[in-house]
Design a protein. Structure first.
Ligand code: ZN
Length: 216
């Protein structure tokens, strides 16, 4: 478990991490899913948080763990029912996250109509980078790139999100009161796949951060 740490030294302890599923069209296609009419949400517990640069710990005997590189938003202040226009002023900044996913367990849950809590919420399933005090307008059309053993696997731009960041904050805050430090994972583009012991991975979000780690 880790705090959310900003480049200026400020720290937050999130009460929840809200994931957004199916937010890029190419990832919806690769998952053989249908474009949702409203954001698909799930929650990871704060115990999912760990540092991006620490070696990734794969859980034992739970099937394949897929990487999903995502732009993460950190909430600045308590907010509820904010409008799209008010969204930007409630953002503390941005970081880079992996939304690690137990893909077979998720597939079984989907097939049987059961929740994704195990597939998405296990310990260390949310490695996060250091965060930066960037504004929404600096991050809403920037490039995301993920490489696995020096091969490009995921590449997109945040402008291709189906539900934009302001729209997500408006929607989510209409359901859950957002508290300082809460994290929104904004979804992953196509190219997800399994991690193996010994893999070397790198994530890049242009204008924000590049970071690398390995899989234990
Ligand atoms: Zn995801």
């Amino acid at each position: 478990v880790t705090d959310i740490i900003f480049d200026d030294g400020s720290r937050y302890q999130p009460t929840k991490i809200i994931g957004v599923g199916l937010n890029y069209a190419d990832h919806i296609d690769e998952m053989n899913s249908i474009k949702p009419s409203e954001p698909v949400l799930f929650i990871k517990p704060s115990t999912a948080l760990c540092n991006f640069t620490d070696p990734i710990i794969l859980p034992d005997n739970m099937g394949p763990v897929h990487y999903e590189l995502e732009l993460a938003v950190c909430i600045e202040r308590t907010c509820k029912n904010v409008t799209r226009d008010q969204a930007a002023e409630n953002i503390a900044g941005f970081g880079m996250a992996l939304d690690l996913t137990l893909r077979e367990i998720q597939a079984k849950a989907k097939a049987s109509g059961r929740p994704w809590a195990v597939a998405k919420g296990f310990d260390n399933s949310c490695p996060v980078s250091i965060f930066f005090k960037k504004s929404l307008s600096q991050m809403d059309q920037t490039e995301i790139l993920f490489t696995l053993n020096n091969q490009e696997k995921q590449k997109t731009t945040t402008s291709l999100m189906l539900f934009k960041i302001d729209e997500l904050i408006a929607y989510i805050s209409g359901i859950f009161t957002l508290l300082p430090g809460d994290i929104i994972l904004t979804g992953t583009p196509a190219g997800v796949g399994p991690l193996q012991s010994g893999d070397k991975i790198e994530g890049h979000i242009k204008g924000l951060i590049s970071a690398k780690t390995t899989v234990l």
